[in-house]
Design a protein around this ligand. Structure first.
Ligand SMILES: [Zn+2]
Length: 108
């Protein structure tokens, strides 16, 4: 199913322009227990409803951004660049790639 996502930099584009980065998964505290680390690495909410998730504008500006999408209908409620609280240390971009704009000097 095709739908439109609005890149915060480029505007509305077909979803095929983007790569899905998974749901927002806040990092655990600095020294997590094995259980907390396992949950962070392997568990996802996978909710049927509005989910906050990462997207990457692969065929455009190359920016990571956040979207709120209803997983039942693919209705995209909002898209925005991550705030400082959702960058490295708070959020998770897939593949170990940190969201742009906060990658340099971020603490892991
Ligand atoms: Zn873009």
């Amino acid at each position: 199913m095709s739908y439109v996502l609005t890149c915060p930099n480029c505007g509305p584009r077909e979803v095929t322009d983007f790569s899905f980065g998974g749901e927002l998964n806040p990092r655990p505290r600095e020294t997590p227990s094995p259980r907390e680390l396992g949950a962070y690495n392997y568990f996802r909410e996978n909710i049927a409803g509005v989910q906050r998730e990462w997207w990457f504008h692969r065929s455009g500006c190359g920016e990571w951004f956040l979207a709120e999408r209803d997983t039942r209908t693919n209705e995209v409620l909002l898209t925005e660049l991550p705030s400082s609280g959702e960058g490295p240390g708070a959020g998770r971009a897939p593949g170990g790639v940190q969201p742009a704009g906060g990658a340099a000097g971020g603490t892991l």
